[in-house]
Design a protein around this ligand. Structure first.
Ligand SMILES: Nc1nc2c(c(=O)[nH]1)N[C@H]1C(S)=C(S)[C@@H](COP(=O)(O)O)O[C@H]1N2
Ligand SMILES: [Mo]
Length: 320
């Protein structure tokens, strides 16, 4: 575990809250210096802010934030308007609009199965019980694009400790809400709804594995998996299941939506591995959203030092 992954409490000062940002803009407008970003930098005023003010004015800003490798975070606009959430749409640009009225409160998360203390949590309970941290993670989609996202949340391990898995629990199964009234994408009959995912218990207990409740210091936007979603940064994005309602501790490896739809394309492990191509395209490089040239994809998405030991002795081209 490198220092960068130590649990760092959210420091709200690092994220300019909407109202502060807006009032600063109002102030500058009053001074007549807001003619454009060029003016701001030319006169030396808040150059960082000018640089990052790419989206609509009232968007949360994360001035100068970077992940532990020095990659700047993606804009709030990109993170919230380029989404995979098939329950709403397979069109990444359409998800935000279709999820606009998604009801995420009240919301309960049932944790059950091979545990000593099964429990149903309201999201408010989770926010109260577990201190929220900020984690800036790269998300690498199997479609060969990636983003850097400042999540807020808490380690899944904290929740699992609370329910006490029994000695027989070896895997964790996750399930997304299934509500055809609210989720137009569920009409597509060729997927095995509800969306399901799974982790081995040791993967689930790893400190990098997060239950995220927000991003950019704001509550989780519906299109990103409100009110609570999984984030597993060393695996392809499809493992990071959104809008979770059930977590079950089980003895056998659970089936997952993608591995049941196309078993030879999407394995259970789904560790980011540039040496194992998807059957229909290469995984060697990726397009970072917002950048022009492609990047080399890193083993375990750059988190090898932290997680490679979990797979000692496993053939990762067989267990993809
Ligand atoms: N329930 C559910 N979870 C999901 C998906 C989905 O379609 N439904 N898509 C997955 C995929 S393929 C990716 S890349 C990430 C995208 O997360 P983001 O939109 O927050 O970037 O969510 C994952 N979680
Ligand atoms: Mo993905």
């Amino acid at each position: 575990m490198t220092a960068a992954f130590k649990s760092v409490p959210v420091r709200p000062s690092e994220i300019t809250p909407k109202h502060v940002y807006l009032s600063r803009r109002e102030f500058l407008k009053g001074l007549g210096v807001l003619a454009g970003a060029a003016v701001l930098s030319a006169c030396g005023l808040l150059p960082d802010e000018a640089e990052q003010a790419t989206g609509p004015v009232n968007e949360p800003q994360a001035v100068g934030k970077k992940d532990e490798m020095g990659n700047p975070v993606n804009t709030y606009q990109d993170i919230t308007h380029y989404n995979n959430f098939y329950e709403f749409s397979t069109d990444k640009a359409a998800v935000a609009r279709l999820a606009e009225n998604f009801r995420t409160s009240p919301w309960t998360l049932e944790v059950y199965g091979l545990v000593n203390r099964p429990r149903t949590f309201g999201v408010e309970d989770l926010l109260r019980l577990f201190p929220q941290e900020e984690r800036i993670y790269r998300l690498r989609c199997v479609e060969a694009w990636s983003m850097v996202i400042p999540w807020n949340g808490f380690p899944l391990a904290s929740l699992l400790r609370e329910v006490e898995p029994t000695g027989n629990a070896r895997y964790v199964r996750f399930e997304t809400l299934f509500d055809p009234q609210q989720m137009p994408g569920l009409k597509q009959p060729w997927y095995n709804w509800p969306y399901q995912e799974g982790l081995r218990l040791d993967e689930a207990m790893h400190d990098l594995t997060l239950l995220a409740t927000g991003l950019y210091g704001e509550p989780m936007p519906a299109q990103n998996g409100a009110p609570i979603r999984l984030v597993v940064p060393w695996k392809y994005g499809f493992k990071s299941i959104k809008s979770v309602v059930k977590i079950e501790l089980v003895a056998e490896q659970p089936s997952t939506l993608w591995s049941s739809a196309a078993p030879d394309e999407y394995g259970f492990y789904a560790n980011v591995n540039p040496h194992v191509d998807h059957p229909r395209w290469s995984q060697a490089t990726e397009r970072r959203i917002g950048e022009l040239s492609r990047r080399e994809t890193l083993m375990f998405n750059g988190y090898a030092e932290e997680v490679a030991h979990l797979y000692d002795g496993m053939d990762l081209s067989k267990y993809y």
